[in-house]
Design a protein around this ligand. Sequence first.
Ligand SMILES: [Zn+2]
Length: 131
Amino acid sequence: MDTLTKKQRSGVMSLIRSENTRLERGIVKALKKQGKSFQQHASLIGKPDIVSKRKKSVIFLDSCFWHGCRWHCRMPKSQRSYWQKKIRGNKERAKIVNRALRSKGWRVTRFWEHQFDKNFDKSVQAAARLL
Ligand SMILES: [Zn+2]
């Protein structure tokens, strides 16, 4: 049985999380540069990454790892079932959150991390149009 100690596991998590944070910061900076105003992590269901109350629009920046992107999610070698379960849970939660927000009249858009990796400016433009 392969085991990852709690400490190792949280090490993997924080490494991936800090990558996501870095990307998010870049996106937020680019959107602000365009004069967009929005809130971050407003206290709405699912804590959307970017919220425009004026446009009633929310944006989620989905990490390829945490949301199980079919192309880029590389499952850690140890404790596979732990990660699979966790990522499956994230995907299910995302669906529930989408539905809940939409039922309250929010426009919900999810971007994949890889969209920004592939074409940062184009993705920022697409996000900006929603704000
Ligand atoms: Zn991806």
